[in-house]
Write a protein that binds this ligand. Structure first.
Ligand code: SAM
Length: 260
């Protein structure tokens, strides 16, 4: 039946995603820098500035991998906290908690190591939790913010991940998603196609010794719904004031929504 076929495909997808990130974990950060010519750093900065983190917040970064987004959230909260201390505001920095959730323990281990290198190993406000975006272990209405960067494209049922994001957020909580998206600018689109179909897999082979994983990456970008469609899915999950911002002509997009 078509259902049986779909189920096999889904199982294959989950397994494939698992294999991809186990095999790329150690070279993941380097590959990110190479493939995006360092731009992913700016995109993540933008994501976190849209989040507008505040001292005392409870934040969940799903598919958090090696910690890039979580470290930025923490750094911003620290800088806000220090400004607050110089003024007369009460410092609630200690209540801050950032949860990094990822399905892949190898990615989380790289993240923990990086946290230690940055001197964050003693931070009680950073937790690394293995878990699935489609079935989160957090309580209803427990988070002020939810981010997912370059992650939702990999989950098997996007709707389930969105429903879970909605469930764990508090009223007033913000959903933010950074994802490789669809370029719709003539000429640039053609250049981008050549880059992603030829250059990226070759780079994956040369640097990470793994052409297949990077081939998968490019194909998964093509299959992901376009900006408008994805915005609609976020709305259908219950979020309000849904909007998106294209960066570099749609190479990536940041979608946001509020749980009101
Ligand atoms: N957010 C990090 C970043 O921007 O550098 C990592 C992004 S990486 C491209 C995608 C991550 O999604 C991987 O670490 C992978 O293990 C994780 N992932 C894939 N499927 C997942 C799922 N169903 N639930 C949670 N994490 C998942």
């Amino acid at each position: 039946t078509s259902f049986g076929y779909k189920q096999v495909r889904e199982e294959e997808k989950s397994k494939l995603v698992g294999n991809v990130f186990s095999s790329v974990a150690s070279s993941y950060d380097l590959m990110n820098d190479l493939m995006s010519v360092g731009l992913h750093r700016l995109w993540k900065d933008r994501l976190v500035s849209k989040l507008n983190p505040f001292p005392g917040m409870k934040h969940l970064d799903v598919a958090g991998g090696t910690g890039d987004v979580a470290f930025r959230v923490l750094e911003r909260i620290k800088s806000v906290g220090h400004r607050a201390m110089q003024g007369t505001l009460t410092d609630t920095e200690e209540d801050t908690h950032i949860y990094v959730c990822d399905i892949n323990p190898n990615m989380l281990n790289v993240g923990k190591k990086r946290a230690a290198e940055r001197g964050y190993s003693g931070e009680h406000c950073l937790s690394w939790i293995q878990g699935d975006a489609e079935a989160l272990s957090f309580e209803d209405g427990s988070m002020d913010g939810y981010t997912i960067a370059f992650g939702i494209r990999n989950v098997t049922h996007i709707e389930k991940a969105l429903a879970e994001a909605y469930r764990v957020l508090k009223r007033g909580g913000r959903f933010l998603c950074l994802e490789l998206s669809h370029v719709d600018v003539p000429v640039f689109k053609e250049i981008y196609d050549v880059y992603s179909f030829s250059v990226v897999p070759t780079m994956g082979e040369l640097v990470a010794g793994d052409r297949q994983s990077y081939q998968y990456l490019v194909e998964s970008i093509r299959r992901f719904p376009n900006q408008e469609k994805f915005a609609q899915m976020i709305q259908e999950a219950g979020f309000q004031r849904v909007e998106y911002e294209n960066l570099v002509g749609g190479v990536v997009a940041i979608h946001s929504g509020l749980k009101l």
